[in-house]
Design a protein around this ligand. Structure first.
Ligand code: EPU
Length: 419
């Protein structure tokens, strides 16, 4: 397995260009199942998760051509409605094919995603909502089997906002008969982006980006050209890295509107954040103030930035409380940060008290999930000496060209390939 090795201590300086958002690209790719024709998607990030979902679509019979950051997907050749365990277990977001398959083909058999490093992550709300649209659902031999000759629009209430749940049902409802209303829908920018992409294909969706979404079913969708919005979590990761190394970095090609919570929290730490149309300049300060964080659904502070912020708080001036409210097991990076000299104590499972220390020390550490790997990279950048991070396949799932981008802004970082 590849490792990442970092010599800490360099201030990051220069410009970094943000890629397309993983969590927008994945539902966009799943949405092409709804189309009897060729959909073109641009600004696609080059990531393992993108490759995994394309493999899944190919397995369904779709023709997929990925060149540079462009993918062309032909949904007219789909002839299989089963998503196998071997593909789904690699990436939970594979559940996104369930709604489109049952909506267009009247049938889907999708492996039930198993456990996950960051929490139980059930899909009960996806299934409850599909049932409300008239699908019959059975769970057998580890597979979800959904059938419906024609989905029928319905009123759906999500007990808690779910990102992929909202996306799955929004896609399914585009080809349902009549009107669907989603209440307590997730409001992430990726949901709005998906609704806009579906509308370009001929769907009739209103209110995406708010908690109530109206979908008027249409008979079919047509091929279209869609563009993946910038990755707000990738942007946030470089922002926090710039602040932690007391550097000066311009994050280009991002949408500051989507990063409001991160910008505000960074400013509270004393970091200087200058925002313009599609770029953000982050200038670190010597004395980083400790701030408290509570993760919440958008527009609250994103759980996908909690691990990176914890790395920053390890060298802040005082004590900070980090409260994770979205996932029940998302502090695995804390144990690795402790090995680097951080002072962190976890209580009640989802509170972390982080007391700032003067310095972290390089160590051998292990990434346990995607955002934990980003946290350890930031810690490695500020630590004295060498940090070696193993299990970086987690990082490769969601960060496009990460070593290259960090090297370009002055990090001493390299991949050690396992041959
Ligand atoms: N939940 C249920 N039942 C469901 C669905 C969700 O109980 O049927 C719970 C979850 O267990 C969690 C909460 O609801 O406690 C919210 O989970 P959500 O469904 O919103 O998460 P998700 O859709 O599985 C997406 C992102 C995650 C991100 C979360 C929260 C994608 C592909 N994934 O996951 O991204 O952390 O929303 O914002 O969009 C990442 O990129 O590193 C990542 C994990």
């Amino acid at each position: 397995m590849d490792k990442i090795e970092i010599q800490g201590g360099n201030k990051l300086e220069g410009e970094v260009l943000i890629s397309g958002a993983k969590n927008a690209a994945l539902p966009f790719i799943a949405s092409t199942i709804l189309v009897d024709g060729k959909t073109s998607i641009t600004n696609v990030p080059i990531l393992m998760d993108v490759k995994s979902i394309l493999l899944l679509l190919q397995n369904l019979g779709a023709k997929c051509e990925l060149t540079n950051n462009h993918v062309m997907i032909d949904g007219s050749t789909i002839n299989n409605t089963q998503a196998d365990y071997d593909l789904v277990r690699k990436m939970r977001a594979s559940i996104l094919v369930l709604g489109p398959l049952v909506s267009r083909f009247g049938h889907a058999r999708v492996s039930l995603p198993g456990g996950c490093a960051i929490g139980a992550r059930p899909v009960d709300m996806h299934l409850k909502a599909l049932r409300a649209l008239g699908a019959t659902i059975k769970i057998e031999h580890g597979y979800i089997e959904a059938k419906a000759e024609q989905l029928i629009g319905s009123e759906i209430y999500f007990d808690t906002p779910t990102v992929t749940g909202t996306e799955n049902i929004m896609m399914a409802a585009t080809l349902a008969e009549g009107r669907t209303v989603l209440r307590n829908a997730a409001r992430e920018p990726e949901i709005l982006a998906l609704a806009e992409a579906l509308n370009t294909m001929g769907a009739d969706i209103h209110g995406a980006g708010t908690a109530i979404i109206h979908i008027n079913g249409v008979k079919s969708l047509r091929p279209a050209e869609i563009y993946v919005i910038p990755d707000r979590i990738e942007a946030g990761t470089y922002m926090v890295a710039a602040a932690a190394t007391r550097g000066d970095v311009v994050i280009k090609g991002c949408n500051p509107e989507h990063i409001g919570g991160i910008i505000s929290k960074l400013r509270e730490t004393g970091t200087i954040v200058d925002v313009s149309d599609n770029s953000i300049r982050v200038k670190g300060v010597e004395k980083i103030k400790s701030v408290d964080i509570k993760t919440l659904p958008y527009p609250g502070f994103p759980t996908d930035m909690q691990a990176q912020f914890m790395a920053l708080m390890t060298i802040a001036d005082n004590s900070s409380m980090i409260h994770e409210t979205i996932f029940e097991n998302r502090f695995s990076h804390a144990n690795e940060l402790l090995r680097m000299g951080a002072d962190i104590s976890i209580s009640d499972g989802n509170y972390a008290r982080v007391r700032g220390v003067k310095k972290l020390q390089g160590a051998q550490v292990m990434a346990s999930d995607l955002r934990a790997s980003a946290s350890l990279i930031i810690a490695g950048l500020i630590a004295q000496g060498t940090t070696s991070i193993s299990r970086v396949y987690h990082m490769d799932r969601g960060y496009d060209s990460i070593e290259k981008k960090f090297s370009q802004i002055g990090a001493n970082i390299r991949r050690i390939r396992d041959n």
